[in-house]
Design a protein around this ligand. Structure first.
Ligand SMILES: CC(C)(COP(=O)(O)OP(=O)(O)OC[C@H]1O[C@@H](n2cnc3c(N)ncnc32)[C@H](O)[C@@H]1OP(=O)(O)O)[C@@H](O)C(=O)NCCC(=O)NCCS
Length: 160
């Protein structure tokens, strides 16, 4: 494990075999692993079209990978915007690994990366069922429900 990995390891589980390690995807292999998670979750499971799932923002985004026992299990990305803003998104955990706090870990790492990059204002398009989850991280709902890729979403923001 590199020093960078250790920085982002939230130590969700003390058992080395199923511990989830988060790292910013720097190598092509890691970026591809992130995209595999997104393909499985957003395209295969949620029906998002390929051209919507992989967009122009991916080229410049910060991608975060969550791995467990050598398998890519979680994704997330941070898109830097003008005016000190960044957009957090593409948070996904493969089905078999859900319900054990991995999304909490991913959001924590994305917010840590945002702070490290000097971002003070965060926004996201949350799937409606996750409003309480993001509210727990200080995000506030702005306005009503809108459709994005056939899924109901809300805009949420957080300023520090
Ligand atoms: C949403 C998702 C990322 C959660 O991953 P996870 O690792 O199972 O989540 P965690 O175990 O860390 O739990 C995080 C929180 O998510 C919320 N949550 C997860 N599944 C939920 C559900 N089905 N309904 C409502 N809230 C849910 C809960 O608030 C939970 O917090 P709690 O454990 O304190 O109750 C995962 O279910 C997923 O990939 N879903 C499909 C893709 C998606 O909807 N992505 C979000 C885009 S905005």
């Amino acid at each position: 494990m590199s020093a960078r990995d250790e920085d982002l390891d939230d130590g969700i589980d003390g058992d080395d075999d199923d511990r989830v390690v988060f790292r910013v995807a720097v190598t092509a292999a890691d970026v591809l692993r992130v995209m595999v998670v997104r393909g499985i979750v957003f395209h295969d499971e949620q029906g998002v079209g390929w051209s919507d799932e992989f967009d122009d923002a991916d080229a410049a985004a910060v991608h975060v990978l969550g791995e467990c026992d050598g398998q890519p299990v979680a994704s997330g990305r941070l898109c830097l915007l003008d005016g000190g803003w960044a957009k957090l998104g593409r948070v996904a955990v493969r089905e078999q690994w859900r319900g054990r706090g991995i999304a909490h870990g991913m959001v924590g790492v994305l917010m840590q990366e945002a702070a490290r990059l000097g971002v003070t204002k965060l926004k996201l398009h949350a799937q409606v069922y996750l409003e309480d989850f993001y509210a727990g991280y200080g995000f506030t709902r702005q306005g009503g429900v809108f459709d994005e890729c056939g899924i109901d979403h809300i805009l949420m923001t957080r300023e520090s």
